[in-house]
Design a protein around this ligand. Sequence first.
Ligand code: NAD
Length: 357
Amino acid sequence: MSLFQDTFTTTIPGVRVRFGAGVRHKVAEEMEAMGLSRALILTTPQQADTGAEFAALLGVKSVGVYAGAAMHTPVAISEEATAKALELGADCILAVGGGSTTGLGKAIALRTDLPQIVVPTTYAGSEATGILGQTEGGRKTTITTPKVQPEVILYDAELVRTLPVAMTVTSAINAMAHAAEGLYAQNRSPISTLMAIEGLRAFRDALPRVLDNPSDLHARGETLYGAWLCGTVLGTVGMAIHHKLCHTLGGSFDLPHAETHSVILPHAIAYNEKAAAQALAPVAEIFGEASPGQALHDFALRMKAPLALRDLGLKETDLDRATEIATQNAYWNPRPVEAGALRQLLQRAWAGDAPQA
Ligand code: NAD
């Protein structure tokens, strides 16, 4: 039975979550509740208009808009935005956008301890984690600290309606990857598993309806609900080979974030499906197939997601180096990470072949 509802407000440890179409209009109320009165609004250059709408909504509670957020949180931009927050006397950050904008808000919080309110407009899930990935000199590093965990999240389905269909699909599968890997995480709990299962179910049910009608607010709301659940799983438990591969491909080969997650997911889950058969059983159940990897591949195919790394710009000659980087530092995975098997996985993902257990 679905646990979904269109509108709710909830508080989970340390994070206040308000959910509902139009809930962005509650930003000022949320600031007042925390005794805050001077927000610096963050967006990407592409979402500067949305930033201006929030500035108008906040009136004197806005000290300005910084519309310079960029993918993978470049340190130079974080430093410039931090200087702007301090210069304007901001007492909080209001990040409106996807993972890139949320990342910039976290980077400012890391440097200033300013509280963060996030209004997500993709399904990436960064708003629900205390994880910050940043880049400097072509290197991507990740830190995990409660200092960067946003205090308030406002999930407003009206804002995801503008997400283009292709990005809707890859961003959704990016979110589903947090849940799928969360199912076999070493430090999973009944609560993270419950959230992962419900998150996957929400995307299975609602994503096809969003593709039929991208303005369907109820369906958009259900996908955003899925994003919150999956993002919370990412923030709660450890990830494994899937996230390691995507980190490698994004960080060292500059592949696009959500698209890369989308291509790799069925292959990474197939890689682990024998070693984590019991933990991954819900995936096959939810998607109605015998094999979790094949189930995710078929769902991606139905959603018209990208299936091949070569279509994202990776060269076949890069596959050996990608394997080498992804096996450099030891990390836990249900099935031991073995270079030969990983190289085969990447070959199939590069060509767009079906996954193999
Ligand atoms: P993004 O934030 O880079 O957004 C991609 C583009 O889509 C941008 O131009 C953005 O302005 C635009 N966009 C976003 N929402 C829109 C909307 N509703 N309508 C129209 N355009 C919209 O992409 P993303 O996939 O959300 O985030 C990727 C970044 O987030 C990566 O750097 C990744 O590493 C990071 N991330 C971090 C975590 C974490 O926990 N630290 C989790 C997930 C992702």
